[in-house]
Ligand binder design. Structure first.
Ligand SMILES: Cc1ncc(COP(=O)(O)O)c(C=O)c1O
Length: 436
């Protein structure tokens, strides 16, 4: 008599990071035995019966009904990202900006307020200062995230979230998540962390006291620069009901006579609120093709990140010794003011997106930029390919000269996103361009 073969695991908790990036969230495909998650290009799903249709709509029975809030391809990416970040659940959407917008508009409304670090991604600042302001959501900025008094001076009774990035670009001014979490916890405010540039390979903000993590998974998680996507990871530990600040979207009845998201979903309340409430209402849905590319990318995250980090550290060191370079903004260099944070909270890493200032101001930057042949002149980050950009005339061109100066975005500043190519080729390219 033959033995019954063992079934594959269906719960990957407790396995290593490298195992979970390959397996977490995967579902056995029982029709044909397809080993790779199929791309479920289906806008909607058939109900078996009248009763099932009603149960899906009322939420009495979990399961998919329409791809705006739940798609089987997405589920795999969602569970995998949640596993790597250490969250209780996640939801993927069409872009990083969609993730940030949906999450923050789900927590703050007209007349309410957010506090963020000033050096966050320029697109997020523009989103806050232009569109959120039009919606009546005000945002104030902390200049030095290490300054507790500055945080305290900006937090108001109507502050509904604090938003930071682990590794801001282009200045690589790392943020100590635990220090900010100590402040937000005192006030009962959720701490939202954009972990796009660091990725959970370098730091898992939920372990440092953050409540929610967001990603532009367009970047390192996908890794190959092909498809936009965004993710929101629910840490599952924020006390929405116990906070002195009101979060009616989570604590009011979902519909008259129904429980609230907190009552119905417990630790998964935020994920459910976003999935069935905010994201379903606003509709920033991700294509299943893009979430397929996202989960394929995640499978090699640790391998790619190790190479990104190694190349970036070597290039930053090399640039810091180059006679045509004025300065390098990279927290992995012992002379950098954020070096202690990198050592303490980022396992000694500083990511692979950073800046340096070439001698000769704007003209020097232009000559360098036009001389690049391996680095691509482009605006993305977190791709396997190396890329360069001149922030003062691109990402930060709409900022006032005064604000650019406060952010340290000078005329000679160049941002690099270091890829996984052969280090010697990258250095030769930079050397030739600097020689120009
Ligand atoms: C840190 C960070 N957050 C969010 C975004 C926005 O993401 P997306 O371009 O996927 O909308 C970006 C894009 O560059 C980013 O760098």
């Amino acid at each position: 008599m033959s033995e019954t073969p063992a079934r594959p695991h269906d719960d990957w908790e407790g396995f290593g990071f490298d195992t979970r990036q390959v397996h977490a969230g995967e579902q056995e495909e029982r029709n044909f035995g397809a080993r790779i998650t199929p791309i479920y290009l289906s806008a909607a799903y058939r109900f078996d019966s009248f009763a099932e249709a009603e149960a899906r709509f009322t939420g009495a029975e979990p399961g998919q009904l329409y791809s705006r809030n739940l798609n089987p391809t997405h589920l795999v990416a969602e569970e995998r990202i949640a596993s790597l970040e250490g969250g209780v659940g996640a939801i993927v959407v069409g872009s990083g900006q969609a993730a940030i917008s949906a999450l923050l508009l789900g927590l703050a409304g007209t007349g309410e307020h957010l506090v963020a670090t000033a050096s966050i991604y320029s697109g997020t600042r523009i989103l806050f200062d232009r569109t959120f302001r039009r919606f009546g959501v005000a945002v104030d900025y902390v200049r030095d995230a290490r300054d507790t008094a500055e945080w305290e001076s900006l937090i108001r009774p109507e502050t509904k979230a604090v938003f930071i990035e682990t590794i801001p670009n282009p200045k690589n001014d790392l943020v100590d998540v635990a220090a900010v979490a100590a402040i937000t916890r005192r006030h009962g405010i959720p701490l939202i962390v954009d972990n796009t540039v660091a990725t959970p390979y370098v730091i898992r903000p939920l372990e440092h006291g953050a409540d929610v993590v967001v990603h532009s998974s367009t970047k390192f998680l996908s890794g190959h620069g092909a498809a936009l996507s965004g993710a929101i990871v629910d840490g599952g530990s924020f006390d929405w009901e116990g906070s002195p600040r009101a979060f009616p979207g989570l604590t009011d009845p979902i519909a008259p006579g129904k429980p609230s998201y907190v009552e119905a979903y417990g630790r998964h309340a935020l994920e459910a609120y976003l999935r069935f409430g905010i994201v379903n209402d606003l509709g920033p849905a991700l294509s299943p093709v893009n979430s397929f590319l996202l989960q394929q990318g995640i499978e090699t995250l640790s391998l790619r990140m190790a190479k990104h980090l190694e190349n970036a550290a070597a290039i930053a060191q090399w640039l810091s010794e180059h006679p045509s370079v004025e300065s390098v903004d990279f927290a992995g260099l012992p002379t950098n003011e954020y070096f202690p944070i990198a050592q303490q909270s980022f396992a000694g890493h500083a990511g692979s997106v950073f800046a340096f200032t070439v001698k000769g101001g704007r003209a020097g930057a232009e000559r360098f930029f036009n001389g690049l042949r391996v680095f691509s002149r482009m605006t993305n980050i977190g791709d396997v390919r190396s890329m360069a950009l001149h922030p003062a005339t691109t990402t930060h061109v709409s900022f006032s000269a005064e604000e650019r100066a406060r952010l340290g975005i000078g005329d000679g500043l160049i941002r690099l996103s270091v890829g996984i190519e052969t280090l010697a080729d990258l250095i030769a390219d930079l050397d030739a361009a600097l020689g120009a």
